[in-house]
Design a protein around this ligand. Structure first.
Ligand code: COA
Length: 214
């Protein structure tokens, strides 16, 4: 049973090769702002519409509010908000974000995953690795039974991420979310802990795929 005094699976650091998922720190403000501001064209078509300018909403000062909100939801057991980092050449670089959010416990034990990576590291398998790590953690440690990812039909790269990890396409949500200035349809993908266990975990599945492809 979920006990808010002792949030299962949080805080956590998850690692596979150079990919590291860890809780955000207050000192991430400058790096977060740089990567968000540098990726406006890359991210805006896929993110919820929020009133305000991109530059201001993604300033180091704005990070303080984002960070506070994420910490609150993680401590309440309602989110697993990870900074996605790459460790290369002895340096750790913040290159993206992954959150298992809107977690509802009790008889549901389910959450929604959102993510993005810096366009400068796209196509290197960073997000499938991050998603596999996060979903395995959500099922094995954080007590979830199901995760969902909702993706615009036009977003081929994101659909490829969930398809490679074996998520099940299970719904078509009409005019589902306000993204980039309009109500957009989304395809619903889901995964249960039983489905992940049948693969030996998602990271194991992803490693098999990478080995075969390489
Ligand atoms: C979706 C996203 C997170 C994928 O992350 P990633 O780490 O690049 O994932 P992968 O390396 O597995 O690449 C996924 C697909 O992107 C495409 N891709 C590859 N290199 C690419 C590049 N340089 N630029 C754009 N897309 C590329 C390919 O279709 C690839 O699929 P494939 O493995 O079948 O070739 C990333 O594209 C992104 O952040 N996009 C903008 C934000 C977004 O869409 N978030 C998700 C909202 S649901």
């Amino acid at each position: 049973m979920f006990n808010p005094e002792n949030v299962p699976g949080w805080p956590a650091e998850l690692v596979d090769g150079p990919v590291l998922l860890r809780p955000y720190r207050r000192s991430d403000a400058a790096a977060w702002s740089e990567v968000r501001r540098a990726n406006r064209e890359w991210l805006a078509p896929w993110e919820s519409s929020v009133p305000g300018g991109w530059h201001e909403l993604n300033s180091p000062a704005a990070f303080r509010w984002v960070h506070r909100d994420q910490r609150r939801s993680a401590r309440a057991g309602e989110g697993l908000p990870f900074a996605v980092c790459l460790r290369e050449g002895g340096r750790e670089r913040l290159v993206g974000h992954l959150n298992v959010g809107n977690i509802v416990r009790r008889a549901f034990c389910s959450g929604y995953v959102g993510y993005w990576v810096d366009s400068r590291v796209a196509g290197r398998g960073v997000m499938p690795t991050a998603l596999a790590l996060a979903v395995d953690h959500a099922f094995d440690v954080a007590g979830l039974h199901r995760v969902e990812v909702n993706i615009r039909p036009e977003n081929r790269p994101s659909r490829r991420v969930v398809e490679k990890l074996g998520f099940r396409e299970e719904a078509y949500h009409v005019r589902y979310m306000h993204i980039d200035g309009a109500w957009r349809d989304h395809i619903g993908y889901a995964m249960t802990s039983e489905e992940a266990a049948a693969e030996g975990g998602l990271l194991a599945r992803w490693r098999r795929i990478r080995t075969t492809a390489g």
